[in-house]
Design a protein around this ligand. Structure first.
Ligand code: 2BA
Length: 123
């Protein structure tokens, strides 16, 4: 659990304006983030994804919530997801020789998109 804010009520999907939060986070942060969201009554879908730049695995979360709950979800993501340094190998030509270098890349906390949901149903 990485967030100790006030307990929220159980989300009540289907009532009020819905948003879909799409959050790309690092694999290392996924277990605690998902556990915290579930403990607080949110529904989450985890998708295994891969970043186009680093070509390393990451995790995409789909979280459907009522409009007014978006700030709390973003706060949970902020608290649970850390920024880390990753390394990308690049080939550099120097004095006619190809040499491998590592460049530092700062990744995360979280990349978040909040989308309007036109219709939400569970059948
Ligand atoms: P990656 O595409 O593997 O990118 C990993 C990190 O590499 C990025 O961290 C950023 O610091 C750096 N990076 C990405 N593209 C770059 C570029 N063209 N030049 C220099 N550095 C670059 P974050 O920005 O935290 O992104 C983490 C992951 O979130 C990304 O993994 C990607 O899977 C996703 N993401 C970020 N922005 C996105 C966007 N606008 N649309 C879709 N996915 C996005």
């Amino acid at each position: 659990m990485c967030y100790n804010g006030r307990k929220t009520l159980q989300p009540n999907p289907g009532v009020g304006l819905m948003k879909l939060i799409l959050a790309i986070i690092q694999d290392e942060d996924a277990p605690a983030t998902i556990q915290t969201l579930v403990d607080r009554g949110y529904r989450v879908t985890r998708i295994a994804s891969t970043g186009g730049f680093l070509r390393q695995g990451n995790t995409t979360l789909l979280i459907g919530v009522e409009d007014f709950r978006v700030p709390e979800v973003i706060e949970i993501l902020r608290r649970c997801c850390r920024t880390r340094t990753s390394y990308l190998p690049v080939a550099v030509e120097a004095t006619g020789l190809l040499q491998a270098h590592m460049i530092e890349v700062e990744v995360g906390g979280a990349t978040i998109f909040v989308l309007d949901v036109e219709r939400f149903e569970t059948l």
